[in-house]
Design a protein around this ligand. Structure first.
Ligand code: GDP
Ligand code: IMO
Ligand code: MG
Length: 439
């Protein structure tokens, strides 16, 4: 049986890793694996809406804001300008890591031009979700309102906070308007200027040691041929431009975001890896064409432990959607695919893959941005026999059951991208690397 998805892996210096579905694909695990051969790990978008899980030696770490690469002792971790930083969460996460024996110290750098999540961002996010008519099902971490302010030129950056005069001026001006919104739209009492000022100036004292010109830092690292790994958060279909708008997050989760979100020029990028689950999940609102019926949903939710790493909400589950994954390959320019959670499908007698959508008498082989197509389309499925075998202990591709190899080969063929990593469990060692031998 041929292995169509094997490619030669070059030792490359700049790699972007992105989610190719709706988030929670298992990016944390892959980042952790690749961090062993990286010098710098860079988050470039999103904020603490992300939840990246890494498991090893029976320990479980969930990273929200700090790059998952921090778990490796040698790596320098950078929070890029494209990220929105909640300083309270940042210091809580540092404290938690230190408590778990992970030294953060000088290994963490925060871009001076990253925007800050402010107390009114949380509040407006939560109030909008509670009172608003069009609920997105956000994580209520203040992400959307913070990015909205950034684009409206009403944001406050790390560098602004480090200058107490500039910070006080900007806060006073911006808070005046936010309090009007709180009062008039949400009938909510105003927030206190002096309280926020005091709280944030306290963060400023601690933030100083981490703040850096991250663009320059990365430029110098790249000039020295250091290996840089860009850690995507969320996923392609939560990207504000390329996702299932408006049911998206408010940042650029696709590979392009790694460039603007860190100040890295496109010419530097060597390799782009997309992460998918062997099936699909989605948390929060929005269309999901291949969603299971409630019975199958429960089975996969349980077997895959599909509960949000940030909010604990159950994730909706469905079959692998090749229409979506093919689009992700195009938008991100994927060179390689990491297929995660193959083990979750072990007991399934039959496994389906969606190859197209049918809607309004038309066949859609390509992804559609029309929200109604996504909402009401009937997926066109092909059905594959399951392997009904526990693959969690398998460490080489050739030892996988034939039906599992056939399934993977078909995914790769439909998406048009070679598979280089197959994950069969949440632990580091439960991974199969597919690397072509030289020659
Ligand atoms: P991320 O947001 O993309 O980093 O993914 P999450 O951490 O939110 O969710 C992925 C979940 O799947 C985590 O609980 C991982 O520990 C788990 N996981 C990752 N790979 C595998 C795998 O191959 N098999 C199983 N069963 N679990 C996995
Ligand atoms: P990781 O990095 C899955 C979803 C939310 C909601 C939408 C908007 O762990 O893959 P937001 O709070 O960002 O304004 O919410 O985006 N969402 C995620 N879903 N994984 C994530 O991150 C997510 N981050 C945000 O559920 O539907
Ligand atoms: Mg997650």
């Amino acid at each position: 049986m041929p292995v169509p998805h094997l490619v030669r892996i070059k030792i490359m210096s700049n790699t972007i890793l992105v989610g190719a579905q709706w988030g929670d694909e298992g990016k944390g695990k892959v980042i952790d694996l690749l961090s062993a051969e990286s010098d710098y790990i860079v988050r470039y978008q999103g904020g603490n809406n992300a939840g990246h899980t890494v498991r090893f030696d029976k320990k479980r770490f969930v990273l929200h804001l700090i790059p998952s690469g921090i778990l490796h002792k040698r790596t320098i971790c950078v929070i890029g300008n494209g990220v929105v930083v909640d300083p309270k969460v940042l210091f809580e996460e540092i404290a938690l890591l230190e408590k778990q024996g992970i030294r953060v110290g000088k290994r963490l750098k925060v871009s001076e031009t990253a925007h800050l999540i402010m107390p009114y961002h949380h509040l407006i996010d939560a109030l909008h979700e509670t009172h608003g008519k069009r609920k997105i099902g956000t994580t209520k971490r203040g992400i959307g309102p913070c990015y909205a302010d950034k684009m409206a030129r009403q944001g406050i950056r790390v560098v602004d906070l480090l200058n107490s005069k500039v910070f006080a001026e900007r806060l006073r001006e911006i808070l005046r308007e936010k309090n009007e919104i709180l009062k008039k739209i949400y009938h909510h009492p105003p927030l206190s200027f002096s309280k926020i000022l005091k709280e944030y100036l306290g963060y400023a004292r601690k933030l100083k040691r981490y703040a850096a010109n991250a663009t320059l830092l990365l430029h110098e690292a790249q000039a020295k041929r250091k290996r840089v790994l860009f850690e995507g958060a969320q996923g392609t279909f939560l990207d504000v431009d390329h996702g299932t708008y408006p049911y998206v997050t408010s940042s650029s989760a696709t590979s392009g975001g790694a460039l603007t979100g860190s100040g890295t020029p496109p010419s530097r990028i060597d390799r782009i890896i997309g992460v998918v689950k062997a099936y699909t999940t989605r948390v929060g609102g929005g269309p999901f064409p291949t969603q299971f019926d409630s019975k199958l949903m429960k089975v996969i939710q349980q077997r895959g432990e599909e509960y949000g790493a940030t909010t604990g909400r159950p994730r909706r589950c469905g079959w692998f959607d090749a229409v979506v994954a093919r689009q992700a390959a195009i938008v991100n320019g994927l060179d390689e695919l990491a297929v995660m959670k193959l083990d979750v499908l072990d007991a399934m007698p039959k496994i389906k893959i969606c190859t197209a959508y049918r809607y309004g008498g038309k066949l859609f082989r390509d992804f559609s941005y029309d929200i109604d197509v996504l909402r009401y389309a009937k997926p066109v499925y092909e059905e594959h026999p399951g392997w009904r075998f526990d693959v969690s202990g398998i460490r080489s591709y050739g030892k996988l059951p034939l039906n599992a190899r056939r399934y993977l080969a078909r995914l790769s063929e439909l998406v048009g991208v070679p598979i280089t990593i197959v994950s069969v469990g949440s632990e580091r060692k439960q991974t199969i690397f597919l690397r072509k031998r030289d020659g």
